[in-house]
Design a protein around this ligand. Sequence first.
Ligand code: UDX
Length: 475
Amino acid sequence: MDRTPHVLIFPFPAQGHITQMLKLAELLCLSGIQVTFLNTHHNHRRLRRHADIDSRFPASLRFQTIPDGLPPHHPRRQFGFLKEWIYSVDIKSQIEPSFRHLLVSYQSQNNPVTCIISDGVLTFTIDVGMGLGIPTISFRTVSTCCLWTYFWLPQLVRSGDLKFGGEELIDMDERVSSIPGSETFLRRRDLPSFYRSKEIDKTGMEFVDTETQNSTKSHALILNTFEDLESPILSEIRNRFTKIYTIGPLHTLLNTKRAEPISVSSNGLWEVDRTCMKWLDSQTPKSVIYVSFGSVVLMKHSEMMEIWHGLVNSEKPFLWVVRPDSITEELESSDEVAEEVAEETKKRGCIVGWAPQEEVLAHGAVGGFLGHGGWNSTLESVVAGVPLICWPHFADQTVNSRFVEEVWRVGLDMKDRCDRSTVEMMVRDLMDEKGEGLRESTARMGELARESVRDGGSSFCNFKDLMEDLRLMCQ
Ligand code: UDX
């Protein structure tokens, strides 16, 4: 007798991961699969507060929660939280038992889990699943170009080709010439954050290395990318996995399946401020630079002021997302500065705490995006045909920003620079005539992205393939 597929989805507990995996959950449900989405208690409370989850999702999407392993009074700021998980939480003793317990209880009911789709950095789930006879598919939320570096870098460190320790050993512009596919353009400064510092971050490196190697034991790998964007690296990485489904851009694929697009830029752990849409309506076409650094980046007040001065000096209207928890230092509150900021912002800008980003990027008034090169933001900008300026901070952002400028030609890399004259120059370069070439190549890439999710496109077909495989798993 055929059973209904029942997939358990388990993301790493950070916004950038939850965003993508919740989209996948909705996609599966809209295709007739029953999904249980596993969140930590803390993140689920935030999601429930801001994302209207009870009325938004199909009835076949259920939520379950487990503890995150941190003490109750831990502040759980987003960036700290990522680090806490890697450095403080012992996944084996603090997370794995609750996960196993949940699965065991499902297996004894009449709708057992038939496949686990877990974050590619939570690979303990593969062994738990194997023990209970449930296949696990890994989902990596980073770009393929970054994932590919994760396969190579630990062995370059071990062989001594990638050196740490002391100023004299680190030339940030030195090429990292032994990673196939990026020999000619990837520099030390473009590597994921664990490999850029002068001191080796052993814990971070080992975590990434172990998770990356372990993920190859999974039944298959899902990537939020599309073939036309990353095909050379995809052909390299395919040798490492039994099967890869490239089904991105996920948000675009999802929009093709929804009966009507959802107005709230969803899945957020913050409340969306829609007043900026009205403000955008009052601006001329392609005139506005949208500024947002995702959900985890923290910046100093001095950096924020450099960006603000650069934006004002560029004389372009700007829409800026300043997350309430994103500034690391107290404001230097001279009344004069505050007044100047308020006056100038009123003249040419709009600042909100959290924007409906997908809608903002699709708005005709937006002509450029100054961001951090986060993977979701990069894909969302490409789909909308909006060229980027990337000021990357950590993880895959440093790799993405190099590919944005050098390989995909959809923007400019502002890595390791944050002064007002650079911001002004780059904004002008992007938004004025000089940016015409970038606008054209981004529009072309955006068209390829949209084609990939249309009937017969690569992501469309790969998603269909994934659906068939999920159904086969429960026969
Ligand atoms: C992080 C990493 O940067 C990313 O590269 C990794 O793959 C996952 O974790 P984050 O820093 O949050 O994620 O950036 P990004 O991947 O760009 O995701 C941000 C998401 O928040 C996007 O989907 C964006 O649309 C949304 N967003 C952001 C809003 O909806 N409103 C905002 O105001 C800002």
